[in-house]
Design a protein around this ligand. Sequence first.
Ligand code: V47
Ligand code: SF4
Length: 402
Amino acid sequence: MRGAAQLDLLLNNTEISEEHRRIAQKVANNERMTFEEGVFLFESCDLDYLGVLANTVRERKNGDTVFFNRNFHIEPTNLCVYDCKFCSYSRLIKQRSDADAWAYSMDQMFDIVRSYDGQPVTEVHIVGGVLPQYDLAFYTEFFKKIKAHRPELHVKALTPVEYHYIFKKAKVSYEEGMALMKSAGLDSMPGGGAEIFDSEIREQIAADKCTAEQWLEIHEVWHHLGGRSNATMLYGHIESFRHRIDHLDRLRQLQDKTGGFQTFIPLKFRNKDNQMSHVPECSSIEDLRNYAVSRIYLDNFDHIKSYWPMIGRTMAQMSLAFGVDDIDGTVDDTTKIYSMAGAEEQNPSLTTQQLVDLIRRVGRRPVERDTLYNVVQDFTDVTFEEDRQWRGYYELPVVSES
Ligand code: V47
Ligand code: SF4
């Protein structure tokens, strides 16, 4: 394994400081980082050092495997009652460009589901803006319709931001509300809405939606019902490294309690067409450092995901050497929240073959998973026609011995 050999080299390097060696030794011993050590990783460690540590952890947990899934997205609306400063969906932005607005009816959303009939997708990911008409009755009916139509399709839908709003309006507790969603067909929860947990930063960028405590509580309730979920962190704006570690630490604490999180997804702040356009985006080096520290710090999370439509294909490939073992799915072009905010991929669409190639070209093993990380198909030895041509192109000529 590359990670272990790289770590040995690092530990034998006489030029690194005692503190860097002590922390590397902790990774070798599979020991947990403290809060201050997490801050040290961000503040005092270079990309190459972090990469070795993160790759060691990544390979210990997932070997060379890179997971992806076949999913599609439904974004019910791009209008929202909230006003997150970083979001291109927020109501102030929308007032300026009403021509771009949409709010799908139940029938329109169901048509999207039906348009994937016969296609080998395993998951529908539903997330968008928050509006009063998308209430408890709407979503429970919609989930039931999906399940009646295609029972095996995994419904990964809505975040605590929507649930908090919906349950408050319906006057039901989080426990009652999540139980209703579960019996209607909700299978798991995506990781959105977490942003940054620190209250002072949250107040400045996402003041009026659910608090960090409410976000964590809804995930905890869902985990107690037997559900699984993801977690995200919006980074690279006005937060400090300490705020990032605080965020990771709160997730790690809840995971110790419930074990219900599957994947952590760092989301890079993009600054196009939102109220934070004046805030510069962080560098690609910082993105990789952030993946690496997340991988090292979140020792109780099995998976770290990079969201390729947001960071682009090349960066997604690079992230695989910095702790990432999942690159989401063969998403189609309905994912608007990012393209509106300035994502790398304006029309994010990759065929399974392209995704498999992308993973192979950096020497890793592509494995299609379902939402719960059951293996759907191991693509290690599967060759496509185009793939054969690509390999043929790069193959060295065979030199005869005689
Ligand atoms: O919570 C909004 C983010 C999130 C911007 O669980 C922005 O598998 C960057 O959570 N720049 C929603 N990010 C999307 C999400 C997600 C995505 C992919 C996979 C999964 C999963 C979850 O999008 C929001 C917010 O943090 N976001 N605006 C922006 N300008
Ligand atoms: Fe609404 Fe979510 Fe955008 Fe905030 S991030 S304005 S809650 S869609």
